[in-house]
Design a protein around this ligand. Structure first.
Ligand code: NDP
Ligand code: 8X3
Length: 251
């Protein structure tokens, strides 16, 4: 078991990202915590100490990603583990009624943002002869559901990009994993329903969802396997969530 030294987490201001920052910081790693909300990141850094570097970063801006990640302070610059977690779902309308701007933002964040950060960090890993990229996919990337449309498609992209990245990085010592959770109680549903708390809470009503800590534990486990072990894909769901039959339109 190898403890990572320097970790970059995107989407660190809430949910899985904040839990991952805490998990690795408590383990003694230096953690670059990146997201757009500076106040949240400052709170996390105040809570966890000098081992956490808050970095305001919008992953959809390729120029900012290259500049900011290329100019990290020396002790945080050599990233061992990249957790590509920033992402979001917007809306649950069927495709024929969905908002095109929401679709664009999901593609911009979940696909373009993830590849911007990957492209900025991976060359350094290859140069140093090792590292690990852990991408946040979703069960929505494998199993369709009504209203999942573009969100699910972005996560299918993350799944396939992770496998292709692993193929490109063959022989470099850089590992790649796609972590694919099911329902987890974070700010995810509040974001999906544009701040409508009642709708967001209804998603988890009467069932026990995954917690951000459950997912952070999984990511920490993946990152602490010995260097010769690559976990390709890992899928986890709450026990209370499973699969349903195909829909059939009759009559
Ligand atoms: P949260 O809404 O709690 O966290 C999302 C994070 O992404 C926030 O920190 C947000 O920070 C950040 N983010 C959003 N847009 C950008 C951007 N343009 N640039 C930088 N950061 C951004 O949701 P979760 O923790 O649940 O989600 C984390 C990841 O896990 C997402 O990729 C999501 O799709 C995935 N996932 C979630 C599941 C769930 O049920 N919760 C299940 C499966 C996967 P800020 O707004 O400050 O920028
Ligand atoms: C989030 C999980 O099932 O709400 O990626 O789409 S789900």
């Amino acid at each position: 078991m190898t403890a990572p030294r320097t970790v970059l987490v995107t989407g660190a201001s809430s949910g899985f990202g904040a839990a991952v920052v805490r998990r690795f910081a408590q383990d003694g790693a230096r953690v670059v915590a990146a997201a757009r909300r500076a106040d949240r990141l400052a709170g996390l850094a105040a809570e966890l100490g000098a081992g956490v570097l808050p970095v305001v970063l919008d992953v959809t801006d390729p120029e900012a990603v290259t500049r900011i990640l290329g100019d990290l302070p020396e002790q945080f610059a050599a990233i061992d583990v990249l957790v590509n977690n920033a992402g979001l779902a917007l809306g649950l309308e069927p495709a024929q009624r969905a908002d095109l701007a929401d679709w664009d933002r999901m593609i911009d964040t979940n696909c373009r943002g993830l590849v911007h950060v990957t492209r900025a960090v991976v060359p350094g890993m290859v140069e140093r002869g090792g590292g690990q990229v852990i991408n946040l996919g979703s069960v929505a990337g494998s199993y369709p559901y009504p209203g999942g449309n573009v969100y699910g498609a972005t996560k299918a992209f993350v799944h396939q990009f992770s496998l292709n990245l692993r193929s490109d990085l063959h022989g470099t010592g850089v590992r790649v994993t796609c972590v694919e959770p099911g329902m987890a109680a974070t700010e995810f549903s509040a974001v999906r329903f544009a701040g409508d708390q009642e709708k967001a809470e209804a998603v988890y009503d009467g069932m026990l969802p995954l917690t951000a800590d459950d997912v952070a534990d999984t990511i920490h486990w993946v990152a602490t396997r010995p260097a010769h072990v690559n976990v390709n894909t890992i899928e986890l769901m709450p026990t209370a969530q499973s699969f349903a039959a195909f829909q059939v339109a009759r009559g």
